[in-house]
Write a protein that binds this ligand. Structure first.
Ligand SMILES: *Cc1c(COP(=O)(O)O)cnc(C)c1O
Length: 233
């Protein structure tokens, strides 16, 4: 198993490097988030020992168990799942980046919890580019206003945007959605809002991360291709 995770990671890193070079980007400008939801702590540890530097988790209860079990492991934890405001207090102490902030209510709660522990919490604003009812995230139109409002919170820093396009068998079809997220980030950047940087674009998963890199992803969130298929019991 150890070897399999190591091999998978090497292969994904190679593909990231190739995809970046192919479009004239520096490979270091793309960071891999190894998405470990539903996978046991043992596998996460193997991934980190094989070179993973960021682990992405979706479910707060599960994440807390793993961060406790793997305390001391030299890795950054990112929260990428839907976060309810009343769970912000559990997320803030453990995660260096929360990718999935989609409301002012959640941002305010993160701010409050971060202030309590003297932390500036880095976040991304999740945008539902496709407008699919099943996906969370602010709409394009809401996103700009949401960023302006969140920017006023003292203990939260917006670093960029995150999105999940619809699933397509052909990853090329996801590109317009990735492109739209990048354009939105550009539009927000041009407003020069204090305390807001738009340097991170979190987009691309197992099926489409190369397309996302081509469109400017700086954080790709890859689970299945590293840890294998998930089974939800
Ligand atoms: C599960 C998940 C991923 C990883 O998906 P894979 O297809 O397994 O790579 C990425 N982003 C989010 C938000 C997820 O929930």
């Amino acid at each position: 198993m150890t070897n399999e995770i190591r091999q998978n990671l090497t292969e994904i890193q190679d593909r990231i490097t190739r995809a970046a070079k192919q479009c004239g980007r520096a490979p270091e400008s793309v960071r891999l988030v190894a998405v470990s939801k539903t996978k046991p702590a043992k596998m996460l540890k193997e991934a980190v020992e094989a070179g993973a530097t960021i682990l992405g988790e979706n479910y707060i209860q599960e994440a807390l168990e793993k961060t406790a079990e793997l305390a001391g492991l030299d890795v950054a934890w990112h929260f990428i799942g839907h976060l309810q405001s009343n769970k912000a207090k559990y997320a803030v102490p453990h995660f260096s980046l929360i990718h999935s902030v989609d409301s002012l209510k959640l941002a305010r709660e993160i701010d409050k919890q971060a202030a309590k522990i003297n932390k500036i919490q880095d976040i991304l604003v999740q945008v539902n580019i496709s407008g699919e009812a099943t996906k969370s995230g602010a709409t394009d139109q809401e996103a700009v206003e949401l960023v302006e409002e969140i920017a006023r919170l003292e203990n939260v820093r917006i670093k960029g945007l995150m999105t999940m396009p619809p699933y397509f068998d052909d990853p090329d079809r996801a590109k317009p959605f990735f492109r739209q997220l990048k354009e939105l980030a550009g539009e927000i950047r041009s407003r020069g809002i204090a305390n807001v940087s738009m340097n991170e674009l979190s987009m691309g998963m197992t099926g489409d991360f190369e397309a996302a890199i081509e469109e400017g992803a700086t954080l790709v969130r890859v689970g299945t291709a590293i840890f294998g298929a998930r089974s939800y019991q």
